[in-house]
Design a protein around this ligand. Structure first.
Ligand code: 26Q
Length: 794
């Protein structure tokens, strides 16, 4: 493909300004300019997109269908421009039209159609599938409102407001009003011969919206197809004519609620009827679409597993099992057992959690009311499995509930965990019974991240240094970063590396100053913990250590402390009271510490609100230290940990999730390990006094907890954080107390390492050089081999 010149791009922008935005240059707003550039770039994506679709059609190739409730894609413009090799041309064209390129990019809203790791993983996978030429569709929901916007009240509590990314036109998508399916709910099931006829008593329309996903260098493009819900009869004219103007629009409003809002990952949302409807809505629409595409190319349904690989991203699309059986058996007359086996050969399931409260279960009564035929099929699937494995103990149905994990396992030919440790725990804990019956089924696929967004796009300075040192080509062959190692031995490279980090930090310091009005020392260590708030992720362990450190600095302010800027980012589910208490505490500790003149230059706490993908792209390249401090055995993988290591931050972390693999990759000497292992955590909990003993043996921890209880961070009110401190003193399921001293010691080792700045830089650069394996290209190649049996098309 010929690179487009800035002039041609300029003309394309002007054309879209005029004909798509209806503006001339003189009247064009920043929004108009951004939209015109988006549409001009989208035009460039269409040709490779068509080419890829034609190629996979002509090759009659097997395709991947990645079913996910969440795609946390963030902004798309900068990525698309970069993948097409048009960054310089676009910069020049936009500048020539009198606008600032950065401002134009920053005008794009962050598409937050996901909560966190699971949704961002799906987005990285889309990028890698397009880069590798793996024919694929992402299928999900076109939420009108993505993840809520977070702000902090004057008292430091989290406030939530509706996110509204679709208020403006979504410039990347193509609406497909002609690709729409009716999705039914409720109703009755009539037996008719061998099969059954399900007559739903209400239905909504699932309408397709396609976003092309362009890969690196524009060699391939796939489709992200999101379903929007609409009423089948949009408007009740009789109601309108009889004067009921609100009632006339009621069917439309009701139907649209299904794709109205993303659930904010809240275990209190478990068992909510609307959530089940969302899950069935997008899964059923996707399967209809998949079978329709298959039927255009092949009429022999036994060939389905040779053409179709369906990946279920957690159990959220688990209803795909029974629904595919229904489509094959009830609607296409396939034998029930053959239908089950055919469906299983198509389906695979990724598990992302072991937390019992996060494993989906649906009350049978609810399932029967919303999806009566599926409930019957689930019972038959369970009975068939029991009949084939008379010794089995596990059941899909238990205590009046449908266990979606077990259903997914039984209906999948492969089940995967997302890191080595997590996969072993999947085998030995949640799915132990099923694993013993099907020892070949569970496999590991360690997560990965796309280096295009998370290194090339987010960290242009480091990318330029890498290219200067080892040439280009690392962007889609990330293991080549190993070639940096000889250079790291030279002081010139280390100085250049340190300078990149310093510049990134200075940019971040400026942003923190402007956005939050907090002055930070850009030479201090930038110590970052960004992720959803959850007790198992232990942001409270971090803030307790900060409190203890603050105390010791105050007592001995002239000692040799490593100056730190402690940065937090992340949201708590609106109904998760304890997580919100931790946020409240962090904000108030920040208020108190940042006002202390004695410690001002040594310790600052910064917590910018509304952490999202765009903020991650800003923070990660500027980080010196990455906090990955979950209770061992609880974080399935983590992917933020990978982004930090790739960008030359050192990790302080537990042996949890992919930390284990990261530590092996970068070398134990370049990683600050602390805390109990997963086994030790389990053993520790055997002693009901583990937290009391840990507090008793640690002066520092005792004082930190007592300082909170004294009201120091709550305007003298000792009751404010009582729930939190009492939980630590009496319950502490996530072993914050038991790991505290070990964490403190590791942090002091971090301080010592920081004083030898050149060696710190060497360790940081080695983290970058040895992180190539963390590319999601590696992960996707492995899925293609081990699960999907698909060969790359390029
Ligand atoms: C379930 C029921 C009702 C409402 C919401 C949910 C729900 C929504 C989102 C449950 C879980 C999630 C998201 C889970 C998630 O993000 N898990 C993370 O997945 C990453 C990718 O594999 C891992 O790296 C993280 O360790 C894991 O926590």
């Amino acid at each position: 493909m010929l690179p487009m010149t800035a002039n041609a791009l300029r003309d394309a922008i002007l054309k879209h300004l005029e004909y798509s935005q209806g503006k001339d240059l003189a009247n064009a707003s920043l929004y108009d300019m951004r939209m015109a550039l988006t549409l001009a770039i989208r035009d460039k994506v269409v040709e490779p997109w068509f080419r890829a679709n034609r190629a996979s059609y002509q090759a009659q190739s097997k395709r991947v269908y990645y079913l996910s409730m969440e795609f946390l894609i963030g902004r798309l413009l900068e990525d698309a421009v970069m993948n097409l090799g048009l960054t310089e041309a676009a910069h020049e064209a936009v500048a020539g039209l009198g606008h600032n390129f950065r401002d134009v990019l920053d005008d794009e809203p962050d598409a937050a159609l996901g909560n966190g790791g699971l949704g961002r993983l799906a987005a990285c996978f889309l990028d890698s599938m397009s880069t590798l030429g793996c024919p694929a569709y992402g299928y999900g929901i076109r939420y009108e409102h993505g993840l809520f916007r977070q702000s902090f009240g004057p008292d430091g509590r989290q406030l939530e407001s509706a996110e509204d990314w679709l208020r403006q036109r979504h410039g990347w998508e193509f609406a497909r009003p002609d690709t729409a399916f009716q999705i039914g709910f409720g109703g009755i099931v009539a037996e008719s011969g061998r099969a059954a006829v399900w007559t739903p008593d209400n239905a909504v329309l699932a309408k397709a919206y396609d976003t092309p996903v362009i890969g690196w260098q524009g060699k391939w493009a796939n489709t992200l197809r999101l379903w929007g819900a609409e009423a089948i009869d949009a408007f009740d004219l009789d109601a309108f004519n009889s004067g009921d103007f609100t009632g006339a629009a009621a069917p439309e409003a009701l139907a649209r609620t299904i794709s109205r809002v993303l659930y904010p990952d809240d275990t209190t949302d478990q068992g909510k009827e609307l959530r089940l409807k969302q899950e069935f809505f997008f899964t059923a629409a996707s399967l209809r679409d998949i079978l329709r595409r298959f039927a255009r190319e092949c009429s022999d349904l036994s060939q389905l597993p040779n053409r179709v690989a369906i990946q279920m991203n957690d159990t959220h699309p688990a209803i795909a099992g029974p629904e595919l059986v229904r489509l094959l058996h009830d609607e296409r007359g396939m034998e029930f057992e053959t239908a089950v086996d055919t469906a299983r050969a198509c389906l695979a399931y990724t598990n992302h959690t072991l937390l019992p409260e996060a494993l989906e279960r649906w009350p049978e009564a609810l399932m029967t009311r919303v999806l009566p035929r599926h409930m019957q099929l689930i019972e038959r699937i369970d009975a068939l499995h029991a009949q084939r494995h008379p010794t089995r103990q596990a059941t899909i149905l238990e205590g009046g509930e449908v266990k979606m994990g077990e259903l997914s396992f039984v209906m999948a030919h492969k089940v995967n965990g997302v890191s080595a440790l997590h996969t072993e725990l999947v085998k030995s804990t949640v799915f132990n019974d099923l694993h013993r019956l099907h020892p070949e089924r569970i496999i590991n696929q360690t997560n990965g991240i796309t280096p295009r967004r998370w290194l090339k796009g987010a960290n242009p300075r480091l990318s330029a240094l890498i290219t200067d040192t080892i040439g280009s080509g690392w962007e889609d062959d990330l293991e080549r970063l190993r070639d940096l190692e000889p250079a790291i031995a030279t002081p010139e490279f280390r100085d250049a590396f340190a300078q990149v980090k310093a510049r990134n930090k200075s940019d971040l310091a400026q942003w923190i100053g402007q956005d939050m009005g907090i002055k930070v020392n850009p030479d201090a260590m930038f110590d970052v913990q960004i992720k959803r708030f959850h007790e198992y992720k232990r942001q409270h362990l971090n803030i307790l250590e900060i409190i203890a450190l603050w105390q010791e600095i105050r007592e001995n302010p002239t000692a040799n402390w490593a100056p730190r800027v402690k940065i937090f980012g992340g949201k708590a589910a609106p109904g998760y009271v304890m997580a919100k208490e931790i946020i409240h505490l962090i904000n108030n500790v920040a208020r108190v510490i940042n006002a202390d003149k004695l410690t001002r230059d040594l310790l600052t706490v910064v917590y910018p609100p509304n952490y999202n993908v765009t903020m991650a792209e800003r923070l990660i390249p500027a980080a010196d230290l990455s906090e990955q401090i979950s209770t061992a055995g609880k974080e399935a993988s983590g992917t933020g940990n990978m982004k930090f290591s790739l960008n030359g931050a050192l990790t302080i972390g537990t042996l949890d999730g992919a930390n284990v693999e990261i530590r092996e990759l970068v070398g134990a000497e370049n990683f600050f390990l602390f805390g109990m292992t997963a086994d030790e955590v389990v053993a520790c909990r055997q002693d009901p006094a583990h937290m009391a003993k840990a507090i008793a043996r640690s002066q520092r921890l005792t004082r930190a907890i007592e300082l909170i209880e004294s009201g120091t961070f709550s305007h003298g009110d000792p009751s404010t954080y009582r729930d939190l401190t009492q939980n630590l003193r009496t319950h502490d399921y996530f072993t914050v107390c038991a790991d505290f001293d070990s964490f403190w010691d590791a942090q002091r080792q971090v301080d010592q390492a920081w004083f030898d700045r050149d060696n710190w830089t060497r360790m940081a650069a080695l983290n970058t050089a040895r992180s190539g394996w963390l590319s999601s290209d590696r992960t996707i190649k492995s899925y293609m081999q081990d699960i999907w049996s698909i060969a790359p098309m390029i």
